[in-house]
Write a protein that binds this ligand. Structure first.
Ligand code: ATP
Ligand code: MG
Length: 428
């Protein structure tokens, strides 16, 4: 009987063993950074009630209109695979009283789901690292988030390859007033608007500013700027943020067309972009969302956060060949035994060495086979040393060490000498 092989869902990727070292390297850097800045990890479910995202992200955003994986649970509830992390974070923080009379610095990591057209740097299951802070009015904490990301780029060797773009969306009131000015401008230039933009004219006109259509570029550049219509408080907030960045020596460009795709932002918004990845150039994006907690039924709570796309950062590290050799995992020692008794002894010797030398990266050959086939496996494993246990060695209480990467004669050692000799042989 022939049956069609089942394949992964389009736009959802397997992470294969050869790719995982780079992911682990990146994730390790992030985890370490968060620890050093005093951010606590939060993990929330991948599935939430659909209403959470509809209410927070906004009904007329791309995400809610056409990108969500929404389905009915067996009992008829509408559930959605999370398309982003902020809404879940806010829900969890409210639900567990984390916002009550206290500040929070949280971070998370995990898969997100959006039904977009898959292409390089754009997938249907992708991964984000995100940070959310609650209870800080800023602009000091806005700056902290930017400094934290800048440090990450520095440590990954990416700093020269990314640009920081900033804008302020002002208060909700200022934005509502600006919206009218903007719509009036677009109506004047209605003939130049593409179909998508005409549709957005009534639903989400600010998003038109974000259009990548080159035919609209000149008209959009000449559009009235939100930056010129800010309320006084937002203007001061933004000026204070840029002053900190200036003092810290962080370069940025002010991009008046940076509006972000999610409805909940107010005041500072920022993106880190790169030109090295083609059109999927935003590697990290975030901003302030002071209204969201209240919108979801909590007490008014200032908040600011960001999310970065792990796939895009991994692509960037690959493109620029920025993974340090030291971060590549490899074995120190491959243990092999010739014949049944020595094979059994090899397995136990492996355990003994792991107990005595906890840092040692060691693999014991499994499955028997000829010396030739075992040494081939040892070589393929990437280990620096092979430890041979044959019948003679077993009888004499000795082992033979063979250097797999260096021009060095093999050595015969007593079992007792092994534990002290190995660290020296593997040094540097
Ligand atoms: P874009 O403009 O690229 O569609 P976005 O504004 O939808 O991004 P956010 O919702 O702010 O993105 O998500 C933050 C980051 O997550 C993005 O900057 C990007 O690095 C990453 N990201 C977003 N959508 C995807 C996707 N479909 N595949 C891979 N990474 C993504
Ligand atoms: Mg998008």
């Amino acid at each position: 009987m022939l049956s069609k092989k089942i394949q992964a869902i389009r736009g959802m990727n397997d992470l294969l063993p050869e790719q995982s070292p780079l992911w682990q390297y990146f994730e390790g850097k992030v985890r370490d950074l968060m620890r050093r800045y005093g951010y606590a990890e939060i993990r929330t479910p991948i599935v939430e009630q659909t209403a959470l995202f509809a209410r927070s992200i906004g009904e007329v955003t791309d995400i809610v209109e056409k990108e969500m994986y929404t389905f009915e649970d067996r009992n008829g509830d509408s559930l959605t695979l999370r398309p982003e992390g902020t809404a879940s974070c806010v829900r969890a923080a409210m639900e567990h009283g984390l916002l009550h009379n206290q500040t929070q610095r949280l971070w998370y990591q995990g898969p997100m789901f959006r039904h977009e057209r898959p292409q390089k740097g754009r997938y249907r299951q992708f991964h984000q690292v995100g940070v959310e802070t609650f209870g800080f009015e800023g602009p000091d904490v806005d700056a902290e988030l930017i400094l934290l990301t800048a440090r990450l780029w520095q440590e990954l060797g990416l700093m020269e390859h990314v640009t920081l773009e900033l804008n302020s969306l002002g208060s909700l009131e200022a934005r509502a007033a600006y919206r009218e000015t903007l719509v009036a401008y677009f109506e004047e230039h209605h003939a130049l608007l593409d179909e998508d933009s005409r549709r957005r004219l009534t639903s989400n006109p600010l998003r038109i500013l974000d259009s990548k259509n080159p035919d609209m570029a000149a008209m959009l550049d000449a559009a009235p700027r939100l930056m010129d219509h800010l309320d006084a408080e937002s203007r001061d907030h933004f000026a204070a943020l840029t002053a900190i960045l200036d003092d810290a020596g962080i370069d940025y460009v002010i991009n008046p067309r940076l509006v972000r795709g999610l409805d909940y932002y107010s005041r500072s918004v920022f993106e880190w972009t790169t030109t090295a990845l083609g059109s999927q150039g935003t590697v990290c994006a975030g901003g302030r969302y002071d209204g969201l907690v209240e919108q979801l039924g909590g007490k008014p709570t200032p908040a600011v956060g960001f999310a970065m796309g792990i796939e895009r950062l991994i692509l960037l590290l690959e493109t620029l060949e920025l993974m340090p050799a030291a971060a590549r995992p490899s074995l120190d020692l491959y243990v092999l035994g010739m014949g049944e008794a020595a094979s059994r002894a090899a397995l136990l010797l492996g355990e003994e060495l792991r107990g005595a030398l906890p840092e040692l990266r060691l693999q014991v050959h499994c499955g028997g086979g000829s010396f030739k086939s075992q040494i081939k496996k040892a070589d393929k494993s990437g280990a620096r040393l092979a430890l041979l246990l044959g019948e003679d060695e077993l009888a004499e209480g000795r082992v033979t060490l063979k250097f797999l990467r260096e021009e060095c004669d093999q050595q015969s050692l007593s079992r007792e000498a092994l534990v002290s000799a190995l660290p020296e042989l593997l040094a540097d």
